[in-house]
Design a binder for this molecule. Sequence first.
Ligand code: GDC
Length: 382
Amino acid sequence: MIGNTRLSKSTPIVVAGGGGFIGGHLVADLLRQGYTSIRSVDIKPLDEWYQVHRGVKNIAGEEKGDLKNLDNCRRALKGCKGGYVFQLAADMGGMGFIENNKALCMLSVLTNTHMILAAKDEGIDRFFYSSSACVYNADKQTNADVTALKEADAYPAMPEDGYGWEKLFSERMCRHFREDYGLKARVARFHNVYGPFGTWEGGREKAPAAICRKVIAAKQSGKHQIEIWGDGEQTRSFMYISDCLRGIQTLTNSDFIEPINLGSSELVSINQLVSIAENIAGIRLDRSYKLDAPKGVRGRNSDNTLIRKVFAWEPDTRLRDGMQKTYEWIEQEWLAKYGSGKTVSAPKPARSKTASKGKPKPSTNGKHKKPASKGRAKVKAR
Ligand code: GDC
């Protein structure tokens, strides 16, 4: 792993949420590095995974892959003493999802509680927990012209309703399992991660993928219009997936024990994000603004002082570069699913599990034979 070449390649590694966007990329990266004992666990059936990798023990579907269930957590980690767990499993999505599914988001507490309990009992060496910028106090995020969020800004606590409260609680659980039981828990606060092999339609997609999809649909239909949620002046930073992978592994291998920002500090407005996608597409669109759509906080950026100090590094992929790769991948998916020249109606915000019920059609070795649906594609990388 990055930052730890001494780690044996046969170290048992469990990626919880391996069928998801970040988990799928992490498994691919671990395989690339030569790790030989990887388990990938996800509640989704295998044909709904974003990426499926050979050379890994894939545990898929509700019966064995639902990590809200303690027995499933114990089974997933059995025999992995001294190994690594990457806890990326969660029922989540972009603003359209988390604003409409607060109870469901809070139920991830079962997954986090049972996974950390099983990790402690199994004698897991390192436990990585994926927290979120949604833990930060809402009062610090009321202006588009933001002061970037530093780690101390999570307290006094007033996180994002539902999703953010659960994340903050689970962060605390990591701390107390470390203090009371000596579990080496590591916590990163992700700032809006994007890239290929993620959700791009169906209601769970975040702004980068949603904007790419809308621009592609406008280009293909010849109807050069785009609807943007909010007034477009809200600000964010977006982290490309490769930076996320590097940060996860660097932190997990380190001795740094406090929650730390893992995000880009390249701040943009959503209007600027749209301009980037337009530039990639080579078109200009008429913009309309849906002011009553889910908007989240007014402005958010990652203060990277701490990560620079601790790791002499910070996520540094330029948004324009990451968006180019993301746009190209979504365009392929879009064309495979809809063909060229079609008009596609905008999806409604997702509720409950419906957004996770899409059934992508299988493809092999990165070549999509059939169109994917619900913004998911399957690739057998090995
Ligand atoms: O969904 P998201 O990327 O999540 O939205 C960013 C901003 O983009 C919001 O203000 C939203 O209204 C705006 N936006 C404009 N058009 C669109 O078509 C669209 N789709 C979407 N989705 N947004 C649009 C996220 C959470 C995550 C995670 C990260 C951590 O909040 O949803 O689960 O925890 O934060 O940083 P965002 O950045 O508000």
